[in-house]
Ligand binder design. Sequence first.
Ligand SMILES: [Zn+2]
Length: 173
Amino acid sequence: MSTVELADLTTCLHCGQKFSHPRLTIIGDNNARLNSYLKGLNDHLASKHPELGMQMAQHGMAFMEMLFLRNFRTTDPELSEQQDRVRWQVHQQTLKARYPDENLEQQAAGLAGRLIELMLECEQATDDDSELEDVAKNAMTSVIAEAFTSIRDALEEPGKYPAPVPASSKVLV
Ligand SMILES: [Zn+2]
C-alpha cells in the first residue's frame, strides 16, 4: 500500500490561488525549503498583487517608527501619543487572538457556574463560618486567577518560541 501524503496548502487571501511545496528535508540547511517556498509566494505577490508591496512598506515604516520612538521617554504629550499610536498600529497587525463579546460572555458564564459549585462545596465541607470564608476565598481566587491567566497567555503568548525572530524578517519584498 502506497502512502500518498496529502499536500499542505497555502492559499493567497487576495485571489485564492493555492500553493504547495514538497516536505523534503534538505540536510545541512534547515531553512532551504522554507526559503524556497517563501520565494514562490513572494514572486506571486510581486507579479499578481503589486499594490500590496506599497501597503507592506507602509506597515514596515510604522514598525520602524515604533522601534525608533521607543528609544525615548518623553513628557511631551504629542510625542507620547505618537509613540502609543505606532505601537498600537503594529500591535493590531500582530494580534493572534481576539475576544468577541459573546465569547467572553460564554466564558464568564462558565466561570460563574464554577464559582457557585465551589461555594456549595465549601459550605458542605465546613460548618465554621469564619473558616468557610477563607476556604471559599482561596478556592475562588485560584479559579478566577486561572481564567485571567488563560486570557493573558492567549494575548501575550509567553515563551512560545525560543528566540524572538520577527515574522516580518521572512518577507522577501
Ligand atoms: Zn494572489
